[in-house]
Design a protein around this ligand. Structure first.
Ligand code: PEP
Length: 243
């Protein structure tokens, strides 16, 4: 399947910097789909910069409700309306900083699908869970709780992001990544059927130009969710070219 390299810009940059970064990746790469996920206030201007480009735009979150009294929140329809085609959901920073549960993530993913957005649902164990030998069980449980019915059929995407690898420069071994991705594939096929063979499984956590090729060579790794390295256009493109 065609890989996806998604950049999570998190809460970084001014409008000018976001526009410049979007200009820097605008041409995309031959061998992979690219997606950039700017802060919500930069979604529309970045989408304008990327008009006519193969690079897609995604949001970093959305609310589960279609509208209502939710001060400070954005609905799936709102982010789609300003140019997003994808939305990252259940990132570990949202699970940790905003107390999002699997049920919350599932409700948001349902809202995203209803609005015509492709959800990228993040799962991943903490360091304590990995050390306790619980990584596969934790990820399997998060998948079961966070993905709505119809997820695979609608083209939903999963990102495996070990919490301890995010922004730390540390990564699991290639064997550990392959093991989790294989487990995720099995669990998705078990629930959604053969359709889930086509579900893109991204790896995220300290992906850099130097380690991307090794990770991308693994079975069931269909791309990456990139944080820090997606803030430098040349690095983001180099990662995408490593596929
Ligand atoms: C992320 O937060 O989604 C991420 C993968 O960050 P980094 O690449 O900086 O580890």
């Amino acid at each position: 399947m065609r890989p996806l390299i998604a950049g999570n810009w998190k809460m970084h940059g001014t409008l000018r910097e976001a526009a410049r970064l979007a200009e820097g990746v605008r041409e995309g790469v031959k061998g992979a789909d690219l997606l950039v996920c700017p802060p919500a206030v930069h979604l529309h201007p970045v989408a304008v910069v990327l008009l006519g480009s193969p690079v897609a735009v995604g949001a970093q979150d959305c609310h589960a409700a279609a509208k209502g009294a939710h001060t400070g929140d954005l609905s799936a329809e709102m982010v789609r309306d300003v140019g997003a085609t994808h939305v990252i959901l259940g990132h570990s920073e949202r699970r940790a900083n905003h107390g999002e549960t699997d049920a919350d993530v599932r409700a948001k993913a349902e809202a995203a699908l209803a609005a015509g957005l492709i959800p990228i649902v993040c799962v991943g164990e903490t360091e304590a869970e990995r050390l306790a030998g619980e990584a596969e069980a934790v990820v399997t449980k998060q998948l079961a709780g966070s993905l709505p019915d119809g997820f695979a059929a609608a083209g939903g995407i999963v990102a495996y992001e070990p919490v301890w690898a995010i922004g730390t420069g540390r990564t699991p071994t290639e064997a550990e990544v392959a093991a989790i991705h294989g487990t995720m594939r099995q669990s998705l096929v078990g629930r959604f059927g053969e359709k889930a063979q086509g579900t893109r499984l991204l790896y995220g956590g300290s992906v850099k130009p130097g380690n991307a090729a090794g990770i991308f060579a693994l079975a069931n790794v269909d791309g990456a969710l990139v944080g820090g390295a997606s803030l430098v256009a040349a690095d983001f493109l180099a990662i995408a070219q490593a596929f």
